[in-house]
Design a protein around this ligand. Sequence first.
Ligand SMILES: Cc1cc2nc3c(=O)[nH]c(=O)nc-3n(C[C@H](O)[C@H](O)[C@H](O)COP(=O)(O)O)c2cc1C
Length: 413
Amino acid sequence: MPGSLQGKKILLGLTGGIAAYKTLTLIRLLVKGGAEVRCVCTPSALEFVTSLCLETLSGHPVYSDLFSGRNEVKTEHIHYADWADLLVVAPASANTIAKFAHGIADNALTTLFNAFDKTVVMAPAMNTRMFRHPATQANLAQLREWGVRVLAPASGDLACGVQGEGRMPEPEILYAYIEWTCRHLSAASPLGMPQEASFYRGKKVLLTAGPTVEPIDPVRYLSNHSSGLMGCCLSDELSLRGAEVYLVTGPAKVRPRFEPYRLIPVQTAAEMYDAAISLWPDMDIAVLSAAVADYTPAEVSEQKIKKDSGQLSLELKKTQDILAQLGKDKRQGQLLVGFALETENEVANAKSKLERKNADMIVLNSLRNPGAGFAVGTNQVTFIDRQGRIKAQELKSKEEVASDILDYLPSLS
Ligand SMILES: Cc1cc2nc3c(=O)[nH]c(=O)nc-3n(C[C@H](O)[C@H](O)[C@H](O)COP(=O)(O)O)c2cc1C
């Protein structure tokens, strides 16, 4: 059976970062997936991995010296740029990112980048302080602005011995990202960007996900069965479509496959409310998929509540309504999507919620539908929008539901 990248021509750019060792596995995956891979290296990259290794894995000579007589054609940078469907730079060092953002063309890879007018995927990998440096952030913003698909680095152990943001995503994650990008390549759109992705490209999207946890005392809490899977699928789909995802998540059981642009972990409904309200003025879209507690204990006991012979009553107070507040604060051009989980009078309740809260769309799921709702991999939803449309969807995987929601949203703008 042909691989999912059958016939795709991929230029793989490597720079001088320790994560170059992971790129060796990526080459294997790409070749196994049916792609033809050619490697382009900065001189520093070859301090980390050898040409011999890259040539053996890719089956092709490595291009690393602009002026070498060994090159098959004299203007090799143009030749390679013409040949490829996609340029993937992994790992992308702070240095090369800066050169790309300033049009500097002083080695084989940077010169090739300047001559490349198709889709570019970039995986920055570096120490957290280098990544967070305003120069690196400004350079990445410039590249995003030009349509480069920048993968947010993962957090975890870094080679420099510290913990933090800056790890290159694992080869399997990069492969999935490249595979999706290749599936949506379109020669007709700017920089070869996928047409449907262009709506989300560069848009800032606030996404809430998972359950909230409302403490009763130091050991007990009130929560719900939300796994956070629907939110993770939305986060991944938004990342693939080029959005800057601000994921505000309660303690979910799953994590997105692709690192969101910003991950804001919260516990309580009040924390989720504060995070969402402060982010909203800067956002283009908000999708509120979290299962937020409607009620929270009126008081949190400082000590563990002791077992008594009688009954125990808990006094609860209402939490603040995130969707309603975002609806009130919504400005012209912002899109607001809420989720509703209903058990009776579903459509009527969801329509009323849409109007009361000034949302643009409600994604309704009913617990009465088998295979829909919490802790299952599937969902059956109905889209209810402010233009009065009610569109019942079939039972689908949560990945497909996420994709359907994002396909539908542009029709509301
Ligand atoms: C052991 C070692 C590891 C390094 N790892 C990284 C890294 O992960 N990311 C990065 O941006 N720079 C890293 N650097 C610094 C780059 O290699 C250096 O900035 C170099 O000039 C990059 O060149 P290039 O962008 O042309 O490949 C590392 C340097 C050393 C010595």
